[in-house]
Design a protein around this ligand. Structure first.
Ligand SMILES: [Zn+2]
Ligand SMILES: [Zn+2]
Length: 271
């Protein structure tokens, strides 16, 4: 905040409604207020892939009950959005549709944590396929997920690098430029945005997901929708490095981030 950068929102936060979340909604609200972040979105894991640690864990009724409580408690000071992080939504169109139709979500992240039946947050995925094929397969599956759609932004666009870095060293998007541009084009065509996720900044790979290069390509191709998310699973990570991400999206050519209400996008100018 000393730099005069205003963080408009944190649009990727997990609580105990996610299998791996450590914090309550109330604790997150208090933390956001303390940090001066005016808008947050609780994006719990909605996973259905067999073998995923969060598979079938999400309980939307209990989630919305808790959400309504914190909206009552903090709604005059904090904008609180209802969200979900759908895993591999293209493989679970029925579950995705039911969830979207029956509950009043504001914002849906589409994330890929699995390529086929292989978990990408595992060394074996990269050891089995080698660096080039591991990333190529990830982006090919991401392309299918985007084409099927049903969500608002792609979560952590190049997150395969989180473990890829540990096994194969730095990830260079230029090595996969063709398929990445194809995914970005598909996003632009159907109005799907990108989130800028800072969880990878807390890992040895030490760069946001996606990095500036991919954000620039998305902008060049006509992409307009960007959001910022810490992907916090614990309180200390709420708002993590989002001031830097405001500067990053500006460097990529964006003059705004996007707010979602009832799945409708609104641009919020960056100061
Ligand atoms: Zn994720
Ligand atoms: Zn997440």
């Amino acid at each position: 905040m000393e730099r005069g950068v205003v963080v408009p929102h944190d649009y990727h936060i997990h609580t105990r409604f996610s299998c791996d979340g450590q914090q309550s909604m109330e604790e997150v609200c208090e933390r956001a207020l303390a940090l001066g972040i005016p808008e947050i979105c609780f994006t719990e894991h909605a996973d259905y892939t067999p073998g995923d640690p969060c598979s079938f864990h999400f309980k939307p009724d209990a989630y919305f009950q808790a959400l309504n409580q914190v909206r009552e408690q903090y709604g005059d000071r904090l904008l609180i959005r209802a969200g979900a992080e759908m895993g591999e939504s293209h493989r679970f169109p029925y579950e995705t549709e039911i969830l979207m139709d029956e509950y009043p979500f504001d914002y849906i992240i589409g994330s890929l944590h699995w390529v086929g039946d292989e978990f990408i947050f595992a060394r074996e995925y990269f050891e089995r396929h080698g660096k080039h094929d591991a990333y190529q397969k990830y982006f090919e599956e991401l392309l299918v997920m985007v084409r099927v759609g049903g969500f608002d932004v792609v979560g952590h666009f190049d997150v395969a690098k989180r473990y890829g870095y540990d096994v194969c060293g730095p990830f260079d998007p230029h090595d996969h430029e063709e398929i990445i541009r194809e995914v970005l084009n598909a996003c632009v065509e159907v109005g799907i945005g990108l989130e800028v996720n800072t969880s990878t900044l807390r890992r040895p790979v030490n760069e946001p997901s996606p990095s500036l290069t991919i954000l620039r390509w998305y902008r060049e191709l006509g992409g307009e929708i960007v959001t910022l998310g810490s992907d916090a699973h614990e309180l200390a990570h709420v708002g993590y490095a989002l001031e830097d991400m405001v500067e990053l999206v500006q460097a990529a050519g964006f003059k705004h981030v996007t707010q979602f209400v009832d799945r409708q996008a609104e641009f919020i100018p960056l100061s």
